[in-house]
Design a protein around this ligand. Structure first.
Ligand code: BEZ
Length: 210
């Protein structure tokens, strides 16, 4: 069954580079990024994993836990980690799932047979504190992901949950935001006592709440 936004994130138990992980227990009530890569000892993944390791402070600031996956076994991940540290300058500091039987890959639809029927594609799932899937991205194997964009989406989702706002095109932290269309004028007046710029009844712009 294909997973969609808003679906419960499937729970699983998996062997990782940090021991056995029960996903929901490990994640607790934090946000999570679960991301897959096609294969160990491959160049694009090497750069991605090193970069993500270097973002640790950004993840802590947003209460995000990170977990990676490939269909190679944990022993290979451990051997590869030395190459990542040496070439990328960051030690991988999050668990990497070894999924040789494709159990987790199957649960999360990470194998796309038209791309490759034996390897995971480059999937990203952002999962919220109540274990709902809030973002699904699928990249081709040859394209490294933009983790600044993934952080940007998490910032946007967290703002939406906390303040009933959406974020416009190319929004970045500090830019103006948009009152959710589901918020009527009475609710908006309570939530945004400073008022808003009503460019259209459906386009109400406010400074980003702190
Ligand atoms: C990689 O993971 O580095 C990769 C995978 C497939 C094609 C090219 C690069």
């Amino acid at each position: 069954m294909t997973l969609q936004l808003g679906d419960p994130a499937p729970d699983f138990r998996a062997d990782t580079t940090q021991g056995l992980v029960d996903f929901h227990s490990w994640k607790r009530d934090a946000w999570a990024i679960l991301f897959s890569h096609p294969k160990d000892f491959t160049p694009v993944c090497t750069t991605e994993l090193g970069y993500v390791a270097g973002l640790v402070d950004e993840f802590v600031a947003r209460n995000v836990r990170v977990i990676g996956l490939s269909v190679d076994p944990v022993i290979d991940h451990e051997l590869w980690a030395a190459d990542i540290a040496e070439t990328q300058g960051h030690v991988v500091n999050f668990p990497m799932i070894g999924d040789p039987d494709c159990v987790v890959a199957g649960l999360y639809d990470m194998i796309h047979p038209n791309a490759d029927d034996t390897q995971t594609v480059r999937s990203v799932f952002v999962i919220d504190p109540v274990n709902r899937i809030r973002l699904i991205l699928t990249y081709p194997a040859s394209t490294g992901r933009n983790f600044e964009e993934i952080l940007r989406v998490i910032d946007s989702l967290q703002l939406t949950d906390a303040h009933q706002v959406a974020t416009p095109v190319n929004w970045k932290v500090g830019d103006d935001v948009i009152i959710l269309p589901t918020i009527d004028a009475e609710q908006a007046a309570q939530l945004f006592p400073g008022g808003w710029d009503e460019q259209r009844p459906y386009l109400r712009v406010v400074p980003q709440p702190q």
